[in-house]
Design a protein around this ligand. Structure first.
Ligand SMILES: [Zn+2]
Length: 287
């Protein structure tokens, strides 16, 4: 991805190396079990109730966290994230403007270890997430290493896809979709709740694809192999692959984010068509 020298967003809040006020200890046996569960359920997604719960669990016997040394605030990764965020701001600002609406930019919080959001306390193990209550994307950069080492998805565009996906959740919140789905989920069975969650997640994948389409049109950000990197990342974080890795078998009813094939298909669809209508997973005949 071509990003060096491009505009960086002012909306990055760098909390790396800062300890969480209540002192979170992520670890211990119960902590690890919890973390594993959370990884299955929450990759890229956000279910505020789950997050709140984790927050509570993590808050028990509070031990001051040992935080890594604060990284150089101007390091390369931070700059990259700030450029990608800026690219999403430009694309979504235009798209909203065309629809006669104003785009409110989200903040992106970089943290290390654990972080307190308006949706509760979260450890790095939950993966990147978006909190609709404070309009912030939360990201621990170690996730990008994990994306590479555990999920085999590497390259800067794979990382850009992750950020664009989370910003997609912000767009869903601004459009009122998140709120509607949360209401619906409150009176649904577990299986229906999961289906709704899959629709939300695949839509965020599609919105990430749509962002790539628009950003490419505006600024030619893509280099050879970028889209493959994005598709590779989408496939790597499909529920079936994650379930197989963590449980050894696949339980489609337990999907909350969609299979690898679905995630790839919706990212592609957003990228090829480049408009919001293409991303209506709620009206799709087939997901
Ligand atoms: Zn998501």
């Amino acid at each position: 991805m071509r990003w060096r020298g491009e505009r960086q967003s002012d909306n990055v809040e760098d909390l790396r190396g800062r300890s969480v006020s209540r002192g979170v200890k992520v670890g211990g046996i119960s902590g690890l079990g919890l973390v594993a569960l959370v990884v299955v359920g929450m990759f890229f997604g956000i279910d505020p109730t789950v997050l709140l719960q984790i927050g509570q669990d993590l808050q028990s016997p509070s031990v001051a966290t040992e935080q890594s040394v604060r990284p150089d605030a101007n390091d390369d990764m931070r700059n990259f994230v700030a450029v990608v965020l800026a690219e999403t701001e430009d694309v979504w600002k235009d798209t909203f403007q065309h629809a006669g609406q104003a785009y409110q930019e989200p903040k992106l919080v970089l943290f290390s270890g654990a972080v307190e959001s308006a949706c509760g306390m979260a450890g790095s193990a939950v993966g990147p997430f978006y909190c609709p209550a404070d309009h912030k994307v939360y990201l621990d950069l170690v996730f990008f290493e994990e994306l590479h080492s555990r999920f085999g998805a590497s390259g800067d565009f794979a990382q850009a896809y992750v950020i664009a996906h989370e910003v997609g959740h912000h767009v869903q919140t601004l459009l009122g979709i998140t709120q509607k789905v949360t209401e619906l989920q409150a009176r649904s069975t577990t299986s229906d709740r999961n289906k709704l969650s899959v629709m939300v997640e695949l839509q965020a994948d599609c919105l990430a694809g749509m962002w790539a389409h628009q950003a490419e049109k505006k600024r030619r950000i893509l280099e050879a192999g970028d889209i493959e990197e994005g598709l590779g990342a989408a496939a790597a974080v499909g529920d079936d692959r994650i379930q197989k890795r963590t449980r050894g078998y696949v339980v489609p009813d337990g999907f909350t984010h969609g299979s690898s094939t679905q995630r790839v298909a919706w990212f592609k669809r957003g990228f090829e068509q480049g408009n919001l209508q293409a991303c209506n997973t709620f009206k799709a005949d087939r997901l």
